[in-house]
Design a protein around this ligand. Structure first.
Ligand SMILES: NS(=O)(=O)c1c(F)cccc1F
Ligand SMILES: [Zn+2]
Length: 261
């Protein structure tokens, strides 16, 4: 049937028809205005315990490229910052733009980055499954990292070199031994605010933690993301996977806190 996507007919401006929460009071992404963020000295540093993380596969789900992790125990978790519990790493994925144009979901005083990485974690202390957590107001914690074009990123090659295996929607490939710790920028300074999934079902269940500093990758590496397709191999219409981002949503009175001055 008429499935959501990023095209003219099924894109972000249409999602509210199938998902009324699209016009809710804590939707994501947002435009982050550093001058309006409130410095909160009570925010502890973010802690990422990824040393025993276990990646399983890389997949093209028709909306993005996703790397999934074993999440049956607390082997890879995020804690600290605004979080009261530890949250388990479930998957990470990206959003990006066409050549030479934006692609990030969050913006910083209107600046749009070429891409944005989302590391998705769920509250396994309070909930029994990712699905249950995804529907709960404190169920998810997503770490957002901007990508900026610059020097090539050594850690990203493993991901971009695997993309030929997942060119089409519905393809999956083994992807073991990848630790996303290598994707982090130097500083873990962050902004945080209560928000939502940025794709349908747009549940308002995400504590967003957006890093101030971007990670860098080369234009060549960015180009490999654009070799992915939205369509399945059997579909006749070839649609390059790009501009798979939702634009910023109304803040509706929310406060963005900063972990740094
Ligand atoms: N974009 S996002 O990080 O909000 C997100 C999730 F958190 C969970 C599932 C899909 C998804 F896209
Ligand atoms: Zn995302």
């Amino acid at each position: 049937g008429h499935h959501w996507g990023y095209g003219e007919a099924n894109g972000p401006a249409e999602w509210h028809k199938g998902y009324p929460i699209a016009q809710g009071s804590r939707q994501s992404p947002i435009d982050i205005v550093p001058g309006s963020a409130v410095y909160d000295a009570s925010l502890s540093p973010i802690s990422l315990f990824y040393n025993n993380c276990t990646s399983v596969n890389i997949t093209n789900n028709g909306h993005s490229v996703v790397v999934e992790f074993v999440d049956i125990d607390d082997r890879s978790v995020i804690q600290g910052g605004p979080l009261d519990n530890m949250y388990r790493l479930k998957q990470f994925h990206f959003h990006w733009g066409g050549k030479g144009c934006g692609g990030s979901e969050h913006t910083v005083s209107g600046k749009i980055y070429p891409s944005e990485l989302h590391l998705v974690h769920w509250n396994a202390v309070k909930y029994k499954s990712f699905g249950e957590a995804a529907a709960a107001s404190d169920g998810l914690a997503v770490l957002g990292i901007f990508l900026e074009i610059g020097i090539e990123h050594k850690g990203l090659h493993q991901i971009t070199d695997a993309m030929y295996m997942v060119k089409f929607k519905g393809t999956v490939a083994d992807f073991k031994g990848f630790n996303p710790k290598c994707l982090l920028p130097l500083s873990l300074d962050f902004w945080t605010y209560p928000g939502s999934l940025t794709t349908p079902p747009l549940f308002e269940s995400v504590t967003w933690i957006v890093l101030k500093d971007p990670m860098f990758l080369s234009e060549k590496q960015m180009g490999k993301f654009r070799t992915l397709n939205f369509n399945g191999e059997e579909e006749e219409s070839r649609r390059r996977m790009e501009n798979n981002f939702r634009p910023p949503q109304p803040l509706k009175g929310r406060t963005v806190r900063a972990s740094f001055r």
